[in-house]
Design a protein around this ligand. Structure first.
Ligand SMILES: Nc1ncnc2c1ncn2[C@@H]1O[C@H](COP(=O)(O)OP(=O)(O)OP(=O)(O)O)[C@@H](O)[C@H]1O
Length: 617
């Protein structure tokens, strides 16, 4: 593979990068801290920086880049962009994972090095304990003066078996009791992500082999959405990379910090700059939204941080009429009826349904039940991305590695030509079978093998009507042909049966839903992937995403329950929601449901007018 000289390297797949992004990209000697507003291209910047390092040999084989994101789909999007920009053998040296997956991977791989008292039993499952469950534990252990949040905060601050940390015997004993409880009290042993975090910290701190292996593999580390980093996660990063000569690039936006409730650090960027003597760089363009939306974004941004620099919009407006407004309805019935009719009109005039998103603050299921049927009456499908199929959300099934491997083959078997699916499938196969792109004979054999799998599946689908097929038959057939052992070996997260089977079950259940609603195989795949369906998601889930039109449902004091002027995070949530829109951002309010959020409306002034909802039709 020929390498490009750093001076000759040019960005791939985009016409230009702003000067500051290029400076941050070419900074490879020193850690960098890139802060930028919404739509500034932070994800794109990371993909370009990965391409630069891999294509110039500045990150030489077999060294790898480790990219840590907070959400599964953000990690998958970044990996996908790097694959599009780089040759397969270069993209393979880009590891894009969530923080939780990185920590879990470590403890699964090195579980023998964990101390007996804390080592998770092999059959553990990941648990997300509710406050009620933690309170129940505290009651059972006669700890009445402590609440669930205080206890969990104490748990995550304590390092395991660290003689240097001041020890309070009582807290230690309670922590150990909690640990035992998680492993023994329930039908199956439970491991939570805070527990995984503590185990990962222990491993890196105490085991020099583990620490060395991480440092040697990853001289370059990217940290996406750094504003949401928790102190315990920062501690793991510090253990792994501080003083190791690793060059880190952290990107994010303080105005989009909406994980404070979950323990995000109050001053993550400052801590990063201090610890890694990182060079601060801020980006100034917004590639997503057009000037009118960016002007409103600036009003909100300046209110969050009066020192924020103005941003230049690079998106073009291509819609008529209002681009942002608060739609006011007298009652819920009118709200639902008008919104569904309006969306129907938009879809009829050419905006794809999957590019019109409904965002909510919480309880997407409630809106799904109210708006879903009204849209269905108009032939439109509302898809709640947070809904679980089995034990995994729809959003997560779609970004799972297993789905990424199976879907291109399904597309090839149901279309005459699909060059994109072909190249993705071939790339997946060469990774699974470890075939070098320079080995023409092996590649030809792989090509033949793939053709034969696609032909086999095509014949199967031709002989089986959708209604008469069990979804497991399809996934089982493909997984057997490709080789289950290979799939699982190539994806560290699938090493344990429980983790793999949870994903496989989610895939089958989502496929079953799609098959129930469609009668030909192409339509099944569209349905599975959410094509032409209106996504419904919470503001939290929407981070990093973008849509032609964003409709925030329930902009009133009751639905937006904790919205008060002094809660900065609520303002940030509003900023995140607003900035998902490329063309238009609307908010619905219903006077019967809740009052106006006057402080926020006052802040927006005339920039986001309140209009009568019935007038939009
Ligand atoms: N250099 C560029 N040229 C053209 N388009 C770009 C460029 N960089 C990013 N984009 C496009 O702009 C949009 C926003 O980019 P991206 O998602 O990377 O932004 P972001 O900074 O991560 O946003 P946010 O923080 O709001 O999630 C995407 O559609 C992306 O493809």
């Amino acid at each position: 593979m020929t390498l490009v000289k750093p001076g000759d390297w040019q960005p791939r797949g985009v016409a230009e990068l702003e000067d500051r992004a290029l400076q941050a990209l070419r900074e490879t000697e020193r850690s960098v801290c890139v802060t930028a507003g919404a739509g500034a291209g932070k994800t794109e910047f990371l993909a370009q920086k990965a391409a630069y390092l891999l294509q110039t040999g500045l990150c030489p084989a077999p060294k790898r880049i480790l990219a840590i994101s907070f959400k599964r789909d953000a990690a998958a999007t970044l990996a996908e962009r790097v694959k599009r920009r780089c040759a397969p053998e270069q993209a393979r040296r880009f590891t894009s994972v969530t923080f939780d997956a990185f920590s879990k991977g470590l403890i699964d791989q090195f579980h023998k090095a964990l101390p007996d008292a804390y080592r998770p039993p092999a059959n553990y499952r990941i648990g997300f304990p509710t406050s009620d469950a933690v309170n129940d534990f505290l009651r059972r252990h006669n700890r009445h003066g402590v609440n669930a949040t205080q206890f969990q905060n104490a748990l995550i601050r304590r390092r395991l078996l660290d003689g240097d940390q001041e020890v309070n015997g009582e807290t230690e004993a309670l922590r150990d009791a909690y640990w035992r409880d998680q492993y023994e009290y329930y039908e199956e042993p439970v491991l939570t992500f805070p527990m995984i975090n503590r185990l990962a910290e222990y491993l890196i701190r105490t085991n020099h082999r583990v620490c060395r292996a991480i440092r040697l593999s990853y001289p370059v580390v990217f940290l996406d959405e750094f504003q949401d980093t928790q102190a315990s996660q920062f501690e793991v990063l510090q253990r792994a990379f501080n003083g190791a000569g690793t060059v880190l690039t952290a990107v994010g936006d303080d105005k989009q910090k909406i994980m404070g409730w979950a323990g995000a650090m109050p001053n993550a960027f400052q801590a990063f700059r201090d610890q890694y003597s990182a060079r601060p760089i801020s980006l100034l363009l917004n590639w997503r939204s057009h000037a009118e939306l960016v002007a409103v974004q600036h009003i909100i941004a300046s209110n969050i941080n009066p020192d924020v620099e103005p941003v230049v919009a690079r998106g073009q407006r291509n819609v008529e009429g209002d681009v942002s407004a608060i739609w006011e309805f007298a009652d819920e019935e009118t709200e639902i009826a008008v919104i569904s009719e309006w969306i129907e009109g938009q879809v009829a005039s050419g905006t794809p349904a999957h590019d019109i998103a409904i965002l909510v603050r919480a309880r997407a299921d409630r809106v799904e039940n109210e708006l879903g049927p009204a849209l269905a009456d108009r032939g439109l499908i509302l898809r709640n991305l947070a809904r679980n199929v089995g034990e995994i959300s729809i959003e997560d099934v779609l970004s799972e590695e297993l789905t990424q491997i199976l879907m291109p083959i399904l597309h090839l078997a149901t279309s005459k030509r699909h060059p994109e699916a072909w190249s993705t499938a071939l790339e997946n196969f060469s990774r699974l079978y470890a075939v070098s792109p320079d080995d023409d004979d092996q590649l030809q054999r792989l090509n033949d093998r793939m053709q034969s799998i696609v032909r086999g599946l095509r014949a199967f689908l031709a002989e089986h009507a959708v209604a008469a097929t069990n979804p497991n038959q399809i996934s089982d057939l493909l997984i057997e042909e490709i080789d289950e052992a290979l799939i699982r070996r190539s994806t560290p997260a699938y090493q344990r049966d429980a983790d793999y089977l949870r994903v496989k079950q989610g895939f089958d259940l989502l496929l079953a839903e799609a098959m129930n609603e469609s009668d030909d195989w192409r339509a099944v795949l569209d349905r599975f992937e959410g094509r032409n369906q209106i996504p419904l998601l919470t503001v939290h889930k929407s981070k990093g995403m973008e849509f032609h039109t964003m409709i925030f449902f329930g902009f009133d004091s009751r639905t937006w329950w904790s919205l008060t002027p002094d809660k900065d995070e609520e303002k940030n949530s509003f900023f995140v929601a607003f900035t998902r829109a490329r063309q238009r951002a609307f908010f619905t309010s219903c006077l019967r449901r809740g009052g106006r959020i006057t402080w926020l409306e006052d802040l927006l002034g005339n920039a986001v007018p309140r209009i009568e909802g019935v007038m939009i039709l």
